[in-house]
Design a protein around this ligand. Structure first.
Ligand code: SIN
Length: 361
C-alpha cells in the first residue's frame, strides 16, 4: 500500500499538515460547534494528477494527499470541523481484501468515538460500489458514512472532485444522513451503497442506482433525502468485519464459454462462485454443467446478471432449488460477491441459508 504522495501538481496548493486541524484559520474557534467529520483518504482519480489540465483520461490516480485536496475547498470550514487521515493512496482497481478489513475497522473505531459525528471516504470510482456495499454491511454505527470520488483528476479543467467532496462532507454533517447506512455522494446525487453502481467510463454523471433510484440530492449546502433505505444495513446485519475472506470469484456466461474457468477455480479451492449470467441470470449449458459439478463439491453458486439492471428471479422448484443455485436478487455480480464472502465468513452454508441472506440484504 502506498501512503506517500508524489510531487504536488502546480495547480494545487502545497500540503500543510495543520491546514485542516480544528485550530487552523480555516476552522476558527467560532466554527467549533459544527459537526466533527473525519475524512479517510484512499486514493482514486479524486486524488489524481496529470501534467496537462485538458487531460481527463491519461493521468495517474492516487497522487495528491488529502491535505492538498482539502486545501482547495475553503467552504468546508463552514460545514464541519474536519480531521483527515491518509489511509492509502491507491488506484481502486488495485483494492485488496486486506485493505477492506483495515478500512472497515478504522471506520468502526472512529464512529465509536463520541466526539466524531461522521466519516467521509474518498475513493476511486472503479471499485467504489464494492467498498461501499462492504461497509454498508459491516459498519456498526448509525452515524453517517459517505463515500465520494471523482471522474476527472484534481488537475483537470472542471474537476468534479472538490464539489463532490464538499457535498459529501455536507451530507455526513447532516442529521438526515443518520441511520441510512453507507451513502454514496457524487454529482449532487445521494445513493444507497447497496444500489450505487458505476455506469460510465468517462462521464461525470457516472453513478446511478438502477431500478432503485437516488435517495436524494445535495446542492448548495442543502441536503434533501426523499427516500429511506429499507433493507437491513450497518447495525442490523449479522456481519462483522474480520480478516478472513472466503475465496469467492466471478465467472461470466457468454457464447461458446467453456468449463475451463470453473474447473480452474474448483482446483484452486474456491468456496463460492458468482455467475454473471445472461439476461435473467441464465447460464450457458456448458458452464451450467460445470457449476452443477462444482456444487457437488460444496461450492456455493450464486446467479447474478451481466445486464446491469433488474432482478434475477429465483426459479424455485423449476431449476434453482433442484440444482442448488442461489439468486442474487438485484445485486450485480461484484456486490453479490461481497455479500457471498460475508455470508460464508459468517457461517452461512448451503443454498437455503444463503438464499435467505440474498433475499434479505
Ligand atoms: C480509481 O478507481 O482509483 C481510478 C478511477 C477513478 O477514480 O475514477
Amino acid at each position: 500500500m502506498n501512503t506517500s504522495t508524489s510531487s504536488p501538481a502546480s495547480a494545487l496548493p502545497e500540503a500543510s499538515g495543520s491546514a485542516h486541524s480544528p485550530d487552523s484559520p480555516v476552522f476558527p474557534a467560532a466554527a467549533r460547534t459544527l459537526p466533527r467529520i473525519v475524512v479517510l483518504a484512499t486514493g482514486g482519480t479524486i486524488a489524481g494528477a496529470a501534467s496537462d489540465p485538458a487531460n481527463t483520461a491519461g493521468y495517474e490516480a492516487g497522487v495528491l494527499s488529502i491535505e492538498q485536496l482539502l486545501a482547495t475547498i475553503p467552504a468546508l470550514g463552514k460545514v464541519a470541523r474536519l480531521d483527515a487521515e491518509q489511509l492509502a493512496n491507491l488506484d481502486s482497481k488495485d483494492m485488496t481484501l486486506a485493505f477492506w478489513t483495515t478500512l472497515a475497522q478504522r471506520v468502526n473505531a472512529l464512529l465509536g468515538d463520541d466526539a466524531i459525528d461522521g466519516v467521509v471516504i474518498t475513493h476511486g470510482t472503479d471499485t467504489l460500489e464494492e467498498t461501499a456495499y462492504l461497509l454498508h454491511l459491516t459498519v456498526k454505527s448509525s452515524k453517517p458514512v459517505v463515500l465520494t470520488a471523482a471522474m476527472r483528476p484534481a488537475t483537470a479543467l472542471s474537476a468534479d472532485g472538490p464539489l463532490n467532496l464538499l457535498n459529501a462532507v455536507t451530507l455526513a454533517a447532516s442529521p438526515a444522513a443518520r441511520g441510512q447506512g453507507v451513502l454514496v455522494a457524487l454529482n449532487n446525487r445521494i445513493h444507497s451503497a447497496r444500489d450505487a453502481v458505476k455506469t460510465s467510463t468517462f462521464a461525470v454523471d457516472a453513478f446511478h442506482s438502477p431500478e432503485a433510484g437516488v435517495l436524494g440530492w445535495v446542492q448548495d449546502a442543502r441536503v434533501e433525502l426523499v427516500r429511506r433505505v429499507v433493507r437491513p444495513h450497518t447495525l442490523d446485519t449479522e456481519f462483522v468485519i474480520g480478516s478472513a475472506w472466503p475465496h469467492v470469484e466471478i465467472v461470466t456466461s457468454y457464447a461458446g464459454v467453456s468449463r475451463a474457468l470453473v474447473e480452474g477455480l474448483v482446483a484452486a479451492g474456491v468456496r463460492g462462485i458468482v455467475v454473471a449470467g445472461t439476461g435473467n441470470g441464465s447460464i450457458h449449458e456448458t458452464l451450467q454443467q460445470a457449476l452443477v459439478d462444482a456444487l457437488t463439491q460444496g461450492i456455493a453458486v450464486v446467479r447474478s446478471s451481466r445486464v446491469g439492471s433488474g432482478h434475477v428471479m429465483h426459479n424455485g422448484a423449476a431449476a434453482d432449488d433442484a440444482l442448488g443455485f442461489v439468486t442474487a436478487d438485484s445485486l450485480n455480480p461484484y456486490k453479490a460477491r461481497v455479500l457471498l464472502m460475508l455470508a460464508l465468513a459468517a457461517g452461512a452454508a448451503g443454498p437455503v441459508a444463503l438464499q435467505r441472506v440474498f433475499d434479505l440484504y
